[in-house]
Write a protein that binds this ligand. Structure first.
Ligand code: DUC
Ligand code: ZN
Ligand code: ZN
Length: 473
């Protein structure tokens, strides 16, 4: 090591775990990158002793919503500042939220607007997915290919929600652009007409409480759309990623497709491991509290939770994301839309917060012996970095990678409570759950942002935009 080339940071006695390896060493960091892994590294300008802690690559949250423009008087509680603050306190050092096109508007304009929301606010690095809601010829032939070339290499399409959904024909056209330009399409798979028919029936009978949200979106609605999306991917001959898979029936479709040799990737989220339909309200409960757990697809039952755990362990899922959708409960722009608790379930903003709790909730599965540490890193950091074109800068601890490193105390027990979280949402659906293992110290490009559980208030805006490369599926 040349004497004039001091290390900015040395993390001593690290028990490093990546998706594939585990080794004891010191980690040397200069100019935000890992430059040395070895025993007895020279003194750094800053020294951290990691004895007794695990050193994992910072989490990559490949699906979260921050400050996304919303219709109908809704507003997300988290912007890029509070959302990324919460992310890093939960061990995530890269987020990929969505620049969403509005129908009738340009995609490029959505991206420009979204940059202005992130700049000066984000405390960790971020890339953008796109949401394609209006695939006009101009979008398909010009905007999308240009944006892909500029580092927006993944985009989400919806099969439901009136303001976002695409027709089958439009889905095929978007998939074809992805094939030609080697981008990746993420699919929200629920059958729109089935949902609206069931919703009309339920509300027509006066069954409007939050718990009926689950009955309007039962498993076959997700199963059918999952199968249809797979069929489109097969016809176009392009990989896709099915997001927020909630249970057994959709998993069966994905396994079936994977068994046929199709490149169908899949994601699940903490809500499908920890919540059930009962969290939206028990039979007979017509109160409104269940709105806190209304998300789509909805949480199902313990048998489905077990199926989701199994599919995480046996490789059906490639990524574990938060789908953080930050709507406060006691907020006329949030769950109590318009200040009312009287409206029907189909007017409740969909989604649950979870950007800070994503990793601890899955890590608890490691502590309970359900999955290995390597699988944990693979699902939460390595694979999302690969799939969304950010590897090897993100997703691993290796010479040349960004020094996005999180030190975990693998035995610390924490009872999750909203007052200790760092998002701007007024509740967590995981209140009271005790987990084993907590991310105590976090570095982003070598800057310590969290120290022994304390958020160090780094400058808002230190986070940088990441141009994504070609997805590696
Ligand atoms: N469903 C989505 O599709 N997005 C945000 C949250 C949700 O529940
Ligand atoms: Zn979705
Ligand atoms: Zn989402």
């Amino acid at each position: 090591m040349p004497a004039d080339n001091n290390l900015d940071l040395v993390i001593r006695n690290a028990d490093v775990v990546t998706a594939s390896d585990r080794f004891q060493c010191d980690i040397g960091v200069r100019d935000g990158r890992i430059v040395a892994l070895g025993q007895g590294l020279p003194q750094g300008n800053r020294e951290i002793d990691a004895t007794g802690l695990l050193a994992l690559p910072g989490g990559v949250d490949g699906h979260c919503h921050l400050d996304q423009p919303m219709p109908d008087g809704m507003r997300m509680a988290d912007d890029f500042f509070t959302g990324t603050r919460a992310a890093v306190c939960g061990g995530t050092t890269t987020v990929i939220p969505f620049a969403a096109q509005e129908k009738g508007a340009s995609l490029k304009a959505a991206v420009e607007d979204y940059h202005s929301r992130a700049e000066g606010r984000a405390v960790i690095d971020y890339a953008f997915h796109l949401i394609v809601a209006d695939p006009t010829p101009a979008v398909l032939q010009d905007e999308l290919p240009t944006l892909i070339r500029k580092g927006y290499t993944s985009f989400k399409v919806y099969m439901t929600y009136d303001d976002l959904k695409l027709s089958d024909r439009e889905m095929l056209e978007v998939l074809d652009v992805a094939r030609e330009h080697k981008a990746l399409v993420m699919v929200h798979a629920e059958n729109s007409d089935c949902i609206s028919w069931l919703t009309d029936k339920l509300t027509g009978e006066g069954r409007i409480a939050p718990r009926f949200h689950g009955l309007a979106r039962p498993a076959p609605v997700e199963r059918e759309a999952t199968h249809r999306a797979i069929t489109f991917a097969e016809l176009v001959d392009v990989p896709i990623l099915i997001v927020h898979v909630s249970g057994k029936e959709a998993i069966e479709q994905i396994r079936w497709a994977q068994g046929r040799g199709l490149k169908i990737l899949a994601e699940t989220c903490p809500q499908y491991l920890y919540l059930t339909a009962d969290d939206m309200g028990l039979p007979g409960d017509d109160g409104y509290e269940g709105a806190k757990c209304v998300c789509s697809p909805p949480p199902r039952d313990p048998e489905n939770q077990a199926a989701v755990w199994r599919a995480l362990v046996n490789g059906v899922f490639s990524v574990f994301s938060s789908d953080h959708a930050p709507f406060s409960y006691d907020d006329p722009q949030g769950k109590k839309l318009g200040g009312s608790t009287e409206h029907s379930f189909d007017h409740i903003p969909n989604g649950v917060p979870g950007i800070e709790t994503r990793l601890p909730l899955l890590f608890d599965g490691v502590a309970r012996g359900k999955l290995s540490l390597h699988q944990f890193v693979e699902l939460t950091s390595y694979r999302p970095a690969k799939i969304y074109g950010l590897y090897p800068r993100k997703g691993t601890i290796a010479v040349g990678a960004d020094a996005d490193i999180v030190l975990w105390d693998p035995v610390r027990k924490v009872r999750i409570t909203n007052s200790a979280l760092h998002h701007a949402v007024d509740y967590t659906p995981y209140e009271g759950i005790e987990v084993t293992g907590w991310p105590v110290t976090a570095f982003s490009r070598g800057d310590m942002l969290v120290s022994n559980g304390e958020y160090l208030e780094p400058a808002a805006g230190r986070g940088r935009f990441l141009e994504a490369g070609q997805p590696e599926v």
